[in-house]
Design a protein around this ligand. Structure first.
Ligand SMILES: [Zn+2]
Ligand SMILES: [Zn+2]
Length: 127
């Protein structure tokens, strides 16, 4: 009287059984969760890479751009005019700033930066 109704899948195991599942990692730069996809993991193990990704895609790209700009500046000896793509901490808009933002420090687009400064000035005067 045992109802063993385990539905077997007709022994039809798929050949392309996934070895990897998407994993959620935390970005060391912005602290946001990002997905390390199964495909990327497969690539990772295929190449016998050691260090798991620490940064989300935008941060990784930003870091690469930063390094490339620094390398370019060093090799050319000329301080290049830089433009770093960032997300404004206030309005969330994608913007570019002419400097390399420090880690963990909020970056504002031009109008928010000016608005924030104006607000601070106003505060200072009122108090
Ligand atoms: Zn990030
Ligand atoms: Zn803004």
């Amino acid at each position: 009287m045992s109802h063993t109704q385990v539905s077997e899948s007709n022994g039809e195991w798929r050949q392309m059984e996934r070895e990897f599942a998407d994993r959620t990692l935390k970005c060391s730069d912005c602290g946001n969760d990002f997905v390390w996809t199964a495909g990327e993991q497969a690539f990772f193990y295929d190449k016998h890479l050691q260090n798991e990704p620490k940064r989300c895609k935008p941060c990784k790209q930003a870091k690469n751009e930063r390094l490339a700009a620094i390398t370019a500046a060093q090799t050319s000896g000329i301080r290049q005019r830089i433009e770093v793509s960032v997300q404004c901490a206030r309005c969330g808009q994608q913007t570019t700033v002419p400097f390399y933002p420090s880690q963990g420090r909020p970056v504002f687009c031009r109008s928010c930066f000016l608005a924030g400064r104006a607000a601070n000035d106003a505060d200072a005067e009122q108090h």
